[in-house]
Design a protein around this ligand. Structure first.
Ligand code: NI
Length: 172
């Protein structure tokens, strides 16, 4: 496994919709494993393929608490098949926007169809933090980042600071 570079916003790849994988093969399984290692190293609770420069429709997440056993989840070709009418607002961050957090309103519960790491069709019902995390990551797979859910003013403030951060890092 390998820790990959995480792409910081703003970057065109973060705005590009992904393509479903044709099959969950060794290449996709390696991508999932590398993404999990990258996510744990960051550390974060979710990571989508565009954040490591891949346009495969793949995401990983683990919302286990610090003192709990890890619960890594790997998804290929996830699609939301049901959303609750109930919407909750909660704080979100993103590994592509280090140190930026904002409240985002999302359905409280969702059902998601996907392929697991063996290529088998699965469906998961998620609520709470897992539902929020999976919706955030599926957004990434559709070229949507969490700042797209904010007001134009909040979004422009965060993007300006991110632009500055990227220029500073390039100069360093
Ligand atoms: Ni994110």
């Amino acid at each position: 496994m390998a820790v990959l570079d995480i792409i910081l916003a703003p970057d065109p790849i973060l705005k590009t919709p992904t393509t479903p994988v044709a099959a969950v093969d060794d290449r996709v399984r390696r991508l999932m494993d590398d993404m999990l290692e990258t996510m744990y190293a960051a550390p974060g609770i979710g990571l989508a393929a565009p954040q490591v420069g891949s346009l495969d429709r793949v995401l990983v997440c683990d919302v286990a608490g610090k003192d709990e056993e890890p619960r890594p989840l790997k998804f290929a070709n996830p699609t939301i098949t049901w959303r609750s009418d109930a919407v909750v607002t909660g704080q979100e961050g993103c590994l592509s926007f280090p140190d930026h957090y904002a409240d985002v309103a999302r359905p409280e519960a969702v059902r998601i169809a996907y392929l697991d790491e063996t290529g088998a069709e699965q469906e998961i019902a998620a609520e709470g933090l897992l539902a929020r995390c999976l919706q955030h990551e599926i957004d990434h797979l559709d070229g949507i980042v969490f700042t797209d859910h904010l007001s134009a003013l909040k979004r422009s403030i965060i993007l300006r600071k991110m632009g500055k951060l990227k220029r500073t890092r390039r100069a360093a």
